[in-house]
Design a protein around this ligand. Sequence first.
Ligand code: PEP
Ligand code: MN
Length: 251
Amino acid sequence: MTGFTLIAGPCTVESRGQTLDTADSVAAGGATMLRGGAYKPRTSPHSFQGLGRAALAILAEARAVTSLPVVTELTDVRELDAVLEVADVIQVGARNMQNAALLTELGRAGRPVLIKRGPAATVDELLHAAEYVLAEGNGAVTLCERGIRTFERSTRFTLDVSAVPVLKERTGLPVIVDPSHAAGRRELVRPLSLAAVAAGADGLIVEVHPDPENALCDGPQALTTAEFAAYADDVRALAAAMRRPVELAAA
Ligand code: PEP
Ligand code: MN
């Protein structure tokens, strides 16, 4: 893998307009894949849980309009068939990283899988999670560092930059970084993204929203659609300096 993957989109599919607007902006800014949550693993059962299948239909439309491949999270194996109809890559969220049944089903499904590191998981535990998918014969696994829980409270989580070279030492699987959930604030997304590129990450997954103030989930950490293009320019410039051109991943 020489190319660098820039995945961008809303935390959550909230509406058709919000998703298509974001998809257009990130496509124009040079993203190589669209993200968007249909099933949201929220800490509180009283928070917005995602639009489910209605969101999958919106993601399908965004995919058709922009030609960007889609990554979306599966939280429950009962929704696997519905997610398989839309997702080019299926995300396992941080909270489900050690859900062995989910990982095994995704191994059998054969679709590329993106596994996010749990906030309290070690690098070894993340690699073991990947092995559940690999053991079923599905080798298309990407690992994602998205911040871990430490004593530090100035950021939402602590981005473990060292996990990038450590994982790359331990496995040939691609390693990407999610600066949005690590930081919890949009001001930190650019510097953490550049640190990830410099550390040798194979890609970034970043949250973008047209109106973060009114986002139903994770607004404070979302880049605005208006600022995405300049952000992507900076990422592309550093990735190029690292001899990692930002490009669509080979299918
Ligand atoms: C997400 O990507 O929207 C998400 C919920 O991330 P995480 O699982 O890393 O918290
Ligand atoms: Mn989010």
